[in-house]
Design a protein around this ligand. Structure first.
Ligand SMILES: Nc1ncnc2c1ncn2[C@@H]1O[C@H](COP(=O)(O)O)[C@@H](O)[C@H]1OP(=O)(O)O
Ligand SMILES: [Mg+2]
Ligand SMILES: [Mg+2]
Ligand SMILES: [Mg+2]
Length: 365
């Protein structure tokens, strides 16, 4: 198979891996032992389902695409033995039946970064809100989210034994998104979705400033973008630095592939190259329509709390005056203290990925 299908093959492998990961997380729930661990605090949990799903996805993709950088949310022991039946190597036939858009024909391994959120909506998972949970695999090319898989393992779990459990939504910009029914949201309302478990006054103020007719508080970045693409809400507004690249890469690509946008709160692009800071320090704003209307609604006193991945013109000038080089992902505090932006573009130790070391073929940050 030619190199021109590389991106399509990664998407097809990701669809298969997400399906396997969904089986695994359903199995963990059935076992009754979630193995909950607090990471940075009680609002930041990890369960055996998160760990097992990441092992499955990262090992499956790494086996098939050993030169592609893969970053997973969870810090896992890279020396750990992965069970053989966790590794899938099949390419999803539906994805492979499509023709890869011409624009990707020259894409090479070193231009691709895969962002894996093995289980998005962990807080809701531990509380039994199962339809808030998704498995996310985002594929970035040259730092831009281009393709994504959103698998919802417990879709239909309340629809009775006849209903097929779980569904896979995937998308590739230039080709479209598949696996769901697109609907237009009600024209006479302004329904806004945001977090239910990571809220504070800025989060609430930002939503209120967008004049919602109703606020839909649910878990998961993946789940909220599903609400958008199915026309159940008009916007997803999250004025927080809590989301990371693995939360937004796949949802952004799926949304963008049908004409929507996911940016930071300032309307600036979120970047996904391997050295970018993991945190979405600019917050998250996603819409299918009227994106700029929502950007303009965010008041200045809220905007001031957020920093885009793309350095602003003023910051570039400041750095030039200081005679230092600028790396995307640097933050204003690093600039003002004269710290090295390259070094400050990674997260504090709790977010560094041991997994990166084993599965990234790239030079270490
Ligand atoms: N403060 C936070 N700490 C840790 N994870 C967060 C935080 N805020 C958001 N997230 C991640 O972003 C997702 C979307 O946020 P929310 O559900 O609050 O709307 C969460 O499900 C969680 O992903 P994950 O469950 O994969 O850790
Ligand atoms: Mg988490
Ligand atoms: Mg997440
Ligand atoms: Mg997660």
């Amino acid at each position: 198979m030619s190199q021109r299908d590389l991106l399509l093959r990664i998407v097809a492998a990701s669809v298969t891996a997400s399906r396997k990961a969904a089986e695994i997380v359903r199995g963990v729930l059935k076992s009754g032992d979630l193995g909950i661990v607090e990471k940075t605090g009680k609002n930041d949990l990890q369960t055996e389902a998160d760990r097992a799903a990441q092992r499955c996805i990262v090992a499956s993709l790494h086996k098939q695409f050993p030169k592609v950088a893969i970053f997973g949310e969870e810090s896992l022991d890279p020396m750990e033995k992965i069970p053989d039946d966790y590794v899938t190597k099949d390419l999803d036939p539906d994805v492979m039946s499509k023709v890869c858009p011409e624009i990707y024909k020259n894409v090479t391994d070193d231009q691709i970064v895969i962002w894996v959120d093995p289980l998005d909506g962990t807080a809701e998972f531990t509380q039994g809100l199962l339809d808030h949970v998704t498995v996310l695999i985002g594929i970035a090319v040259n730092g831009e989210a281009k393709a994504g898989v959103i698998y919802q393992p417990w879709y239909n779990y309340e629809a009775g034994p006849e209903a097929e459990m779980g569904r896979c939504i995937w998308g590739l910009i230039g080709l479209g998104s598949f696996g769901f029914t697109r609907q237009v949201p009600p024209a006479d309302k302004n329904l806004i979705t945001t977090t239910r478990s990571h809220s504070d006054w800025i989060v609430t103020e930002a939503v209120n400033s967008c004049e919602p007719s109703e606020i839909v508080r649910v878990g998961g970045a993946g789940h909220k973008v599903l609400l958008l693409i199915e026309g159940k809400v008009h916007a997803y507004v999250f004025a927080s630095k809590g989301c990371k690249k693995w939360d937004t890469c796949a949802p952004e690509a799926v949304l963008h592939a049908i004409g929507g946008r996911l940016t930071d709160l300032l309307g600036k692009p979120i970047l996904y190259h391997e050295k970018v800071q993991r945190k979405n320090a600019g917050g998250v704003l996603a819409t299918l329509y009227s994106h700029q209307w929502y950007v303009d609604k965010i008041p200045q006193e809220i905007r001031e709390n957020f920093v885009s991945d793309t350095p602003s013109e003023e910051m570039l000038q400041l750095k030039q005056q200081q005679g230092a080089s600028v790396a995307a992902g640097g933050d204003s505090s690093a600039a003002s203290t004269g710290a090295n932006w390259e070094g400050s573009s990674v997260d504090p130790p709790e977010y560094t990925q041991k997994t990166d070391e084993k599965f990234s073929s790239k030079p270490k940050i």
